[in-house]
Design a protein around this ligand. Structure first.
Ligand SMILES: *Cc1c(COP(=O)(O)O)cnc(C)c1O
Length: 390
């Protein structure tokens, strides 16, 4: 094997994703004065333009941080020490958010899940009905569980909370769904939406977001968890004059402006349809190979990634290693209990039919090279979907 990788690297992990060249070019432009007139124009455009991506008319707060920072910001702005939050164990990322909540001094209760389905709205409703004294202050869920490839029904969760007549805030992590899978912060009655730059938004890692409802902002007035860097009201006040309370990630905001323009030009409905189609093509290949997806609920398959279970006795990590070395393609690893059992194919952000096809072909090639038993012809099955013949 030659030691040098040739051709364009296929970054097909479920985030960070491939960045379009115009976005990278915008980030590479000279850094500008973050208090000058050019920056104010940029900030104004970005702070306005990001709202429809979340489906909100309310403020969207932009932090120079990875998604984890926006998780923390959502909690510290709205809650007080010892507050009870209710979560649902969709997988690895839901479990991480819970651990973060515990480290902040919150009482985080997680309803158990089997990592193969979405949020069980009926179980949440039952738990909230039992909470007669309204001790639970927030319900926090992951929209698209990136460890399993399951997208949950957020409007159903809203209905469940309302049916229980419970006042808890509803918080949703959309880090791997925003700008890939339909989402409507205002229309779905979400109080805090958490997002990151490096997945559907097609930017490098480094920015994260909170979209906040009036109810969430009202909660922040009395919330007593300590916060300084993450404080929403400092941000909202500064953003009103198109500046930030501390140095913003100016170059990333230059990239975000272009990413928003690209999404607007394509049209969000087309963006969602493109992801859905790539997901269907990928699942057609997986089914043809004879493998199961980690998502066991046909109604809840993610449009942004597919987690594939290898048959017992075969190493998903060895397969990924073969594919990286021989095809110059990165796939996502199995997380937590799914380590080595599952590999994840990212189909989100910036991609074409050719990149989807190339990804599936690279996986099938790797299966052959790694000697993993499968039925050949998954690529053909995927082409059928992409060509519209299936
Ligand atoms: C990627 C991801 C995160 C973690 O975000 P970081 O940017 O790594 O901090 C959290 N939740 C979900 C659903 C994700 O996909």
């Amino acid at each position: 094997m030659p030691s040098i990788a040739t051709g364009r690297h296929f970054l097909q992990i479920p985030g960070p994703t491939n960045c379009p060249l115009p976005v990278l070019e915008a980030i590479a432009r000279p850094t500008i004065d973050h208090r000058g007139p050019e920056f104010k124009r940029l900030a104004g455009t970005v702070l306005e333009g990001i709202r429809p991506i979340f489906g909100t008319c309310e403020p969207v707060i932009i932090f120079p941080a990875s998604g984890t920072g926006a998780w923390e910001a959502a909690l510290v702005n709205t809650l007080s020490p010892g507050d009870h939050v209710l979560m649902f164990e969709t997988g690895w990322f839901a479990s991480l958010w819970r651990k973060l909540a515990e480290r902040l001094g919150l009482k985080a209760e997680i309803l158990p899940g089997d990592w193969r389905g979405g949020v069980d709205a009926a179980a949440i409703e039952a738990r909230l009905r039992a909470d007669r004294g309204h001790a639970i202050k927030a319900v926090c869920v992951v929209h698209n569980e990136t460890s399993t490839g399951v997208a949950s029904d957020i409007p159903a969760l809203r209905k469940a909370i309302d049916a229980a007549g419970h006042p808890a805030l509803m918080m949703v992590d959309t880090i791997s769904s925003l700008a890939s899978i339909e989402y409507d912060h205002d229309g779905w009655g979400v109080d805090v939406t958490v997002a990151g730059s490096q997945k559907g938004l097609m930017l490098p890692p480094g920015l994260s977001f909170n979209a906040v409802s009036p109810k969430a902002r009202a909660a922040s007035v009395t919330a007593r968890l300590p916060r300084a860097f993450w404080d929403w009201e400092d941000m909202i006040a500064a953003n009103a004059s198109n500046v930030f309370p501390y140095t913003p990630a100016t170059n990333m905001l230059q990239g975000l402006k272009v990413a928003i323009e690209l999404l607007q030009a394509e049209g969000m409905d087309n963006v969602f349809a493109r992801h859905e189609r790539a997901a269907r093509a990928t699942r057609a290949a997986v089914a043809h190979w004879g493998f199961e997806t980690q998502c066991a609920d046909p109604a809840r398959h993610s449009a942004s990634l597919t987690a594939v279970r290898l048959p017992e006795g075969h190493s998903a990590d060895a397969l990924r290693e073969t594919i990286l070395e021989r095809a110059n393609m990165s796939l996502g690893n199995g997380l937590g209990p799914l380590a080595d059992r599952v590999f994840r194919i990212g189909h989100l952000g910036d991609f074409s039919d050719a990149s989807v096809t190339g990804t599936i072909a690279g996986v099938e090639l790797g299966l052959k090279q790694a000697g993993i038993p499968h039925r050949g012809g998954g690529v053909e099955a995927a082409l059928g979907i992409l060509a519209g013949n299936a």
